[in-house]
Design a binder for this molecule. Structure first.
Ligand code: SAM
Length: 325
């Protein structure tokens, strides 16, 4: 691993404030990354409190474990922080896709949680670590898997999907006007030989992009492939449904999203209690939902956007569980 700042947490204080932390509560951070949000949650928990932090990328867990051990927190089973004396809340790291949230909570005997935070997408580490293939700025194998032990890579998608499938993912996940043209270029080029590296993909597709928008469009092409490779929309839907069930009445759900489709899912759920956004009204004409939004959607402040460009595209939403589902 190269030495760089793993990730600067986005909207750190507003998002952790949104959890409305009870000192003895049980919380889940489903996107550990560099551990910025998790550490702030721990700071606000008392000795009876509990935090579970998930990440499917082993780099995130390794980094947080070694940072924590350097500052005196030891992990007894490699994953659960030993509560030395009675002063530290219990902190459990889970290397898993967050779509399995319900299974893991069952495994740890947790029926209800008091809050869950999700800071979606990839961390800066993913872009900075050239060999992972997330960045169009470096030449590397077309990988883009957050969990390096699982499933298809970006090369598999690019070399095996039909023109229609590629068009659809560039259009839906990348919001690219020239989706069809990009798909055609890929299908034609791979008849000669497979496309194996980010550099090959960039050289192939760049001529089809307007020079003024080239970087933005390349970022969208890479984002679209990444979302497909990691099944990000399916995982988000499953996690949000599980979170809604697991939250105790009064429990909080805080989501930071960076893509309009993610945000739409979150907004639907928080308004209506279901991902589709179907509004059901009770006999008094009130929305019948187990979640209610807390405040409006928020963005990072201009100061944060200036200091951390990654925060420019974030939308934060908070909801509270109203009753048992
Ligand atoms: C934006 S970063 C989180 C940064 C973190 N909040 C911090 O302050 O450092 C998102 C992290 O979530 C992880 N991730 C994304 N989707 C995931 C999923 N479906 N399951 C588990 N981890 C996931 C990524 O590997 C990445 O490390």
């Amino acid at each position: 691993m190269e030495s760089h700042v793993y990730h600067i947490p986005v909207m750190l204080f507003p998002s952790v404030d949104g959890l409305n932390i009870k000192q003895s509560g049980t919380y889940v951070d489903v996107t550990l990354g560099g551990g910025g949000h998790s550490r702030e949650i721990l700071r606000r928990l008392g000795p009876q409190g509990r935090l579970f932090s998930f990440d499917q990328d082993q780099d995130a867990l390794k980094q947080v474990q070694s940072d924590s051990e350097r500052s005196g927190i030891t992990f007894c089973d490699g994953r659960t922080a030993a509560s030395e004396g009675t002063t530290a809340p219990q902190w459990t790291l889970v290397q898993s896709n967050f779509r399995y949230l319900k299974n893991w909570m069952r495994y740890y005997d947790i029926d209800h949680i008091d809050g869950l935070l999700a800071d979606l997408g990839v961390s800066s580490h993913h872009f900075d670590e050239a060999s992972r293939g997330f960045s169009f700025r470096n030449d590397a194998p077309l990988d883009m898997r957050m969990n390096q032990r699982s499933g298809q890579s970006a090369a598999d998608v690019v070399n095996s999907y039909s023109a229609e499938q590629l068009t659809s993912l560039f259009r839906v996940f990348g919001e690219l006007r020239q989706a069809h043209r990009l798909a055609e270029l890929i299908v034609k080029a791979r008849k000669q030989h497979d496309i194996q590296t980010t550099g090959e993909l960039v050289s192939l597709l760049s001529p089809a992009l307007a020079p003024a928008a080239q970087k933005k469009d390349l970022a969208r092409i890479f984002q679209a492939l990444r979302i497909e490779v990691n099944h990000e929309m399916d995982a988000l839907r499953e996690m949000l449904e599980a979170a809604t069930e697991l939250l105790a009445p009064g429990g909080r759900l805080v989501v930071l999203s960076y893509h309009s489709l993610e945000d739409r899912m979150v907004k639907n759920l928080m308004r209506s209690g279901n991902i589709q956004g179907d509004i059901h009204q009770n006999i008094y004409g009130h929305i019948d939902s187990t979640l209610k939004p807390v405040g409006k959607a928020q963005n990072a402040t201009p100061e944060e956007q200036e200091a951390n460009p990654r925060s420019r595209s974030v939308t934060m939403r908070v909801a509270e569980k109203t009753e048992e589902s």
